[in-house]
Write a protein that binds this ligand. Structure first.
Ligand code: ZN
Ligand code: ZN
Length: 562
């Protein structure tokens, strides 16, 4: 069990005895909102199973009751619960807070665990006593995205994980109006619209105007005054169509081919960073946007060649800076002083923090080159999230297998990531252990040993894998791949029942992948068997992508045609 609690508790004395609640009702008002009603239904569904009770939903006040009601005086994701011997009041902000309050109550005070979309751990809580008093929580990040397709495909589950970025469904409280700060030049000054008539709007690269649309390119010539006006007009028009928006992205394309015209380069040289011309542009567009939409923030990426802040230029007050950690080592925490690879990122984060009070983070949590290869970052996630919080980040985009199902430990990772961005102070090891024990039962020990081996092996080899590592970068060779494979074979032997065996088979896909890509010389018959079993498992557990840009089926074809 976790050694840290999320809810802040103030005791009022005594305990509520669950077994004494058999004649209670769950009270939700007649004119409840969709999310209040859903929160009450969810409470009834899960609490009754754990408490072994059949409490009815009711609209009237009763003698013993659980009142489920959102509060307009709370922040929209705040949680406030009071427990006394005759009543539980579960309250939360509009519209997600009330649902989160119910889930937080069920998890922390009843012991339920929403592990995956189809695995909820429900303890026997019939003899439980809950200390009376008040329980409150206010999440520190207002934008939380554990970027797994497991969330977008199952928004009801994402709500249980308190991921607030995937659904508009009213009963689930909708999503934050804060949009992901993302590449947007192609949407603001579309190459298809202006490319032919105004090639000078686009980046001058090696003496020529760029025409390459890869990665949302070409980049813009950001010092061209007409480009500033076109981009601002586009942004203002987009915002008029989306009046609920609280921000808009004005940000570089995903390519390194930025403009090297004389005006852009002069500014970049003076500011000692290509962010010089970019930020001048973003500020100019943000100034125009503010006149039309004064409440809207303008987000831009500090990414790749723009991560280093300019020497003198500062972001306008309505500009958000989203730092991207793509160059960082994923084994070590970003602020681990022993990892040299991460020091430049820390330095830039520090500098941005001095000139901008609206910092956001884009962090990388998978191997984009091979979604299903063992990825040793489980020891750094919690420290990273705490580092982002310490540096006043307002939201975190934990990018992972967003377009792919059944990546390496995607269930465990999504659980941990979502848990930590809801509460960065949780004990990540305790939560990891708990997940593995609840999800894999008697087979948990070899799986925990595998996780320890994977990380120890990479640490011992002095490696610093990033988010596109090769098998060698994550310490895989014939020997380590075999060791990893054997852990999962042991786990399969220990599986107590078919559903646990299925979970282990799903988790074993990366062990097969390790053998296929790093298992070394082996008899061709053995290799063929590994490949056949790998493909069968991937298909059985709906693996959709082998990499960010490769569908699973295309990868299977590659393997079959070896
Ligand atoms: Zn230029
Ligand atoms: Zn490192």
């Amino acid at each position: 069990m976790s050694t840290h609690k999320t809810l802040v508790f103030h005791a009022s004395g005594g305990n509520l005895v669950i077994s004494a609640m058999h004649n209670w009702h769950i009270t939700v008002s007649d004119d409840a909102t969709a999310s209040e009603r859903y929160a009450a239904e969810e409470f009834q569904k899960w609490f009754n199973q754990a408490a072994r009770l059949t409490l009815p939903l009711d609209t009237m006040l009763n003698d013993g009751q659980i009142i489920i009601e959102a509060s307009s005086t709370l922040g929209n994701e705040d949680v406030e619960i009071t427990v006394d011997s005759r009543q539980i009041q579960i309250s939360g902000g509009m519209a997600r807070g009330i649902l989160y309050a119910v889930y937080q109550f069920l998890e922390e005070l009843v012991g339920i665990r929403f592990l995956t979309a189809d695995h909820t751990y429900i303890p026997d809580a019939s003899a439980l006593q809950i200390p009376c008093g008040s329980y409150t929580y206010s999440p520190p990040f207002s934008f939380r995205w554990s970027y797994y397709r497991e969330n977008s495909d199952a928004p009801e589950f994402a709500a249980k994980r308190k991921v607030n970025t995937v659904t508009d469904a009213e009963n689930l409280g909708g999503k934050t109006q804060q949009q992901l700060i993302n590449h947007s030049f192609h949407a603001l000054v579309p190459y298809g619209t202006y490319g032919e008539s105004h090639p000078e709007y686009y980046a001058l690269v090696d003496g020529k105007r760029d025409t390459n649309t890869h990665g949302g390119g070409p980049q813009l010539c950001v010092t061209n005054p007409e480009v500033i006006e076109v981009a601002a007009e586009s942004a203002i028009r987009q915002l008029s169509e989306r009046p609920e928006a609280t921000n808009i992205s004005v940000s570089q394309a995903d390519t390194a081919a930025y403009c090297q015209c004389e005006t852009c380069e002069t500014l970049n040289e003076a500011e000692e960073s290509p962010m010089g011309s970019q930020l001048m542009f973003v500020n100019a567009v943000a100034e125009r946007i503010e006149k039309a939409h004064s409440h809207v923030k303008v987000g831009t990426l500090a990414y790749w060649y723009t991560r280093k802040p300019p020497k003198t230029l500062k972001p306008r007050h309505n500009v958000q800076i989203q730092l991207c950690s793509i160059e960082c080592c994923t084994l070590h925490a970003i602020d681990n002083p022993d990892c040299e690879q991460n020091q430049a990122f820390c330095q830039d984060t520090n500098e941005w923090g001095k000139i901008c009070d609206d910092i956001w983070i884009w962090n990388y949590n998978t191997n984009f080159r091979a979604y299903d290869l063992p990825f040793p970052n489980l020891r750094s996630i919690a420290a990273n999230v705490r580092y982002f919080l310490k540096n006043n980040a307002k939201g975190v985009f934990m990018q992972a297998n967003g377009n792919g199902l059944t990546g390496e430990f995607s269930d465990l990772r999504n659980y941990l990531l979502s848990q930590l961005i809801w509460n960065p102070h949780l004990d990540a090891d305790a939560h990891l252990n708990e997940f593995v024990n609840l999800h894999y039962g008697a087979a948990a020990p070899p799986i925990l040993e595998y996780i320890a081996f994977l990380h120890n092996n990479v640490e011992a080899r002095g490696l610093h894998p990033r988010c596109f590592p090769t098998p060698e970068d994550v310490g895989l060779d014939a020997e380590s791949a075999q060791t990893i494979f054997d852990y999962f074979q042991q786990a399969l032997i220990l599986a107590e029942k078919p559903e646990i065996r299925a979970r282990i088979e799903k988790a074993s896909i990366p062990a097969y992948k390790a053998m296929i890509v790093a298992g070394g010389e082996m008899p061709s018959e053995k290799r063929q068997t590994l490949i056949d079993e790998y493909i069968t498992l991937c298909q059985c557990y709906n693996m959709s992508h082998a990499a960010e840009t490769q569908a699973a089926e295309a990868y299977f074809e590659e393997l079959r045609s070896e």
